[in-house]
Design a protein. Structure first.
Length: 450
């Protein structure tokens, strides 16, 4: 019995709070020699800054054309982004579902998109020769799901279903890393309402939630009138991040609030259609897209509800996409320098990186200090649990490890430099998102990060 207690005690101690995340143990194949020149777009070419930085820093590895392995840092950032999105979608009434990626050709033939989508669809057959595709989007699937319920009541509307799943599109020009993949993550929400008025309310609610998401990420965006493309419908807006490598051309009026994607301009004359003011052109990365669909899908697939008089009425739909992996790469694209990744604070894979002294240095006498700081920090600041890294590669100089930390863009880098020999010991803290450096005691570091 005594042995068992001892064993229990020891395993608690080992797996409990004293367990630290060691940088040397992370799977992060750095690729610093990767050529810095930006190529033109063959499948192996580096075509933009975010792709190069993510490759160099060990965040992604190319698998095949337009498909990537997302490595641990990327997955952590993505999970954080999905948490932000989930919170906003659920606060307006969204319910999370997960629909199959394999959808049958017959469904797409009903909406006539089997032919319309042409080569962009990844098509395949099962062993019975039945045709399917790997879904590029889910309007048909979700509308059929609702239609199957048959007797939806007006009391159940508005109904807002969303998912975060992989989408498959055989893009004519997959490039720019995660910005334009052939397999990528999208958050797509589909909404069902009793009337056009109610659907417009829902449309505005989701649009506000999108603004709120980009606001929290600290990403400047423009909302522009957009073309409804192959999705169809009556009205549509895009959320665009201004960037030189953006593939969309945007027109913005200098006199009023008018802003549109050129794709949505019916008139080729370029003056503002609202005030006839001068239009200025710029480029953007489309990170979100909202559509008011009306009854386009609900009518053909029979998604209806029974109204107060118990009569069946076709539902009014909306659909709302966010490019999850594209947002990640676009954030890196617009926030980073040529050599150093910068993240929206909320998405940084780890919040803090602690760099202890080099082996054999005078400061090494203080070796335990970094570990004590680590343990105290995650004990005192619960939200930092799982967010603090110890760069235990102490055979490397502090300068070398600091360079890596700057490249990775942790919001805070805490260095046990020369001044840890002072009494009390002083740490150097680099706040990478505002470029400031401060010198603080352990108490001071806790206060800063609390
Ligand atoms: P694009 O014009 O860039 O091809 P889209 O208009 O075809 O995008 P939507 O059908 O509106 O894309 O899809 C919703 C969102 O999914 C887009 O706003 C974008 O953020 C994201 N997305 C679309 N295609 C890709 C892709 N190939 N790789 C990564 N994200 C994508
Ligand atoms: Mg497209
Ligand atoms: Mg587009
Ligand atoms: Mg779009």
């Amino acid at each position: 019995l005594f042995c068992n207690i001892l064993h229990l005690h020891r395993s608690y101690y080992h797996h409990g709070r004293s367990k630290r995340i060691l940088l040397s143990r992370l799977f992060q194949p750095m690729n610093l020699r990767e050529d810095r020149t930006i190529g033109v777009g063959r499948s192996s070419d580096i075509t933009c800054k975010s792709q190069r930085l993510m490759l160099q820093a060990g965040l992604i590895q190319p698998a095949n054309t337009g498909c990537f392995h997302y490595l641990p840092y990327t997955v952590r950032a993505m999970e954080k982004l999905v948490r932000v999105i989930d919170k906003e979608m659920q606060s307006i009434g969204g319910q999370k579902v997960n629909m199959p990626s394999l959808t049958s050709a017959s469904l797409w033939k009903t909406s006539e998109r089997w032919d319309l989508l042409g080569k962009e669809l990844f098509r395949l057959k099962d062993r019975h020769d039945m045709e399917y595709c790997l879904s590029p989007t889910h309007e048909e699937a979700v509308t059929e799901l609702i239609a199957m319920q048959g007797n939806l009541s007006y009391r159940q509307l508005p109904l807002m279903l969303y998912q975060v799943t992989r989408k498959f599109r055989d893009e004519p020009k997959p490039r720019f890393g995660l910005l334009r993949g052939r397999e990528f993550y999208m958050k797509d929400m589909y909404t069902f309402d009793v009337s056009e008025g109610a659907a417009m309310e829902t449309y505005n609610l989701v649009s506000q939630a999108y603004s709120c998401i980009f606001g929290q990420l600290g990403l400047q965006f423009v909302k522009v009138q957009a073309d409804t493309g192959s999705i169809g419908g009556k009205m549509s807006h895009e959320f665009q991040l201004p960037a030189d490598i953006g593939e969309d051309r945007l027109l913005m009026c200098s006199d009023c609030h008018f802003a549109a994607n050129v794709e949505a301009m019916t008139d080729t004359e370029t003056n503002c259609p609202q005030c006839h003011g001068k239009l200025k052109e710029s480029k953007g990365i489309e990170v979100g897209h909202t559509f008011y669909l009306g009854t386009k899908y609900s009518y053909i697939l029979g998604a209806s509800y029974s109204n107060t008089e118990n009569k069946p009425v076709v539902t009014e739909m909306g659909c709302f996409g966010l490019g999850v992996t594209r947002i990640l790469a676009a954030a890196i694209e617009v926030l980073s320098t040529e050599d150093e990744i910068r993240w929206p604070s909320l998405l940084a894979p780890y919040q803090v990186c602690i760099i202890p002294p080099k082996k054999g240095s005078k400061e090494e006498l203080s070796l335990g200090l970094s570990e004590t700081l680590y343990d105290t920090l995650i004990d005192a600041v619960p939200q930092l649990h799982g967010e603090v890294l110890l760069d235990d590669r102490s055979h490397l100089t502090i300068g070398k490890r600091l360079k890596d930390a700057s490249r990775l863009g942790y919001p805070y880098v805490v260095i046990a430099g020369k001044r840890v020999l002072e009494n009390p010991p002083v740490f150097e803290v680099r706040c990478q998102n505002n470029g400031k450096t401060v010198f603080l005691t352990q108490e001071g570091v806790l206060d800063l990060l609390r």
